[in-house]
Design a binder for this molecule. Structure first.
Ligand SMILES: Cc1cc2nc3c(=O)[nH]c(=O)nc-3n(C[C@H](O)[C@H](O)[C@H](O)COP(=O)(O)OP(=O)(O)OC[C@H]3O[C@@H](n4cnc5c(N)ncnc54)[C@H](O)[C@@H]3O)c2cc1C
Length: 296
């Protein structure tokens, strides 16, 4: 492994200007669980690693009572998200995803921002967040900008982040009443496994608890980037949510998925899984809405 100099800026501005002064020879590091492997495997050879771990921005999650939006610092570890009572209670789709990332050791170190910035099609953190219409906050030499997370990913390992830009925060807008959400990471093992397929769903029902008023379906490892199954969403919205309509939505999602063969599974099997898992996640969302109603 090629030696590098480890830099520890204490502000975002310092980090950005260090990157600028070492441009082409520097990389950011948050938890290091992806970037250090890339260095070890000589996929990248930075002379400088600029740590984002010493910047005193609020790590963790914050619920804004006025806007009803959830603010997640990009430097939050998966373990912090997993253990947050707020996430477990109100954002089950995110809890479902982060609790199965790597191992406890990995989750203690790895950050949600690193997961998104690394941009592999199998990133478990990405699917719940695109499914919840999250917005990415980005900081760089030109100041701050925001991008809808669904447009953040450009291809495997590629994002809209320009040279030296830092992902600082992810903001999740409020969902309507009677909303359920769920994520499943489907793999051959339960732990230390990247998904063969990831499916996230968010479903909102009308006051009669029968008709879909809002739906989002997010798919991971179903295309070169995390995607939404827009045709399936259009089909389900306004329809009664039954096992039959969920199955049909699953079939439509399977048809629009751009799955391919990979070392972890073949395309036809992934496509079948999309149909099955969309139906299953829809049923779980519906159950979560019903269970919540029976508590209150
Ligand atoms: C054993 C093992 C198991 C794993 N299992 C899973 C799994 O089940 N599911 C899964 O999705 N992933 C898994 N991963 C991948 C990895 O842990 C996650 O992607 C993790 O969230 C990356 O976060 P990090 O903080 O470690 O990123 P780092 O490695 O520090 O950084 C990753 C990349 O993002 C950039 N970066 C980091 N933070 C920012 C930021 N705020 N702004 C701009 N750029 C930034 C870095 O420059 C680098 O290019 C696993 C990894 C290992 C080693």
């Amino acid at each position: 492994m090629k030696p590098f100099t480890y830099l520890t800026p204490h502000t975002l501005d310092e980090a950005v200007s260090l990157y600028e002064s070492h441009e082409g020879r520097a990389a950011y590091i948050a938890g290091g669980t992806d970037v250090l492997i890339k260095i070890k495997e000589e996929k990248i050879e930075p002379d400088y690693l600029i740590s984002l771990a010493h910047i005193p921005v609020s790590e963790g999650v914050r619920f804004n009572e006025d806007t009803r939006a959830l603010h997640i610092s990009a430097f939050t570890t998966h373990r912090t998200l997993e253990l947050s009572p707020l996430i477990r209670r109100d954002y089950p789709i995110l809890h479902d995803a982060v609790k199965n990332i790597g191992s406890v050791q990995i989750r203690n170190t790895a950050t949600i921002g690193g997961n998104l910035a690394n941009a592999v099609p199998s990133a478990d953190g990405a699917i719940p967040l695109i499914t919840m219409d999250a917005v990415a906050h980005i900081y760089g030499t030109k100041g701050e900008r925001t991008v809808d997370l669904i447009h953040f990913f450009l291809g495997p390992g590629q994002t809209v982040l320009e040279k030296g830009e830092i992902l600082t925060e992810i903001v999740v807008p409020p969902a309507p009443a009677r909303t359920g959400s769920a994520y499943i990471k489907f793999g051959r093992r339960k732990a230390m496994e990247l998904p063969l397929l990831g499916v996230g769903m968010l479903l909102s029902l009308d006051a009669d608890m029968t008709t879909c008023v809002k739906v989002r379906i997010g798919l991971g490892v179903a295309a070169p980037t995390p995607i939404r199954a827009y045709n399936a969403e259009r089909f389900l919205k306004g329809r009664e949510v039954t096992d039959a309509t969920l199955a049909e939505a699953g079939q439509i999602a399977a048809d629009e998925a751009r799955v391919r063969d990979s070392i972890r599974g073949v395309a036809w099997y992934r496509r079948e899984l999309v149909g099955v898992l969309v139906k299953r996640m829809g049923a779980l969302c519906r159950k979560r809405i019903t269970d919540e109603k029976s508590i209150s």
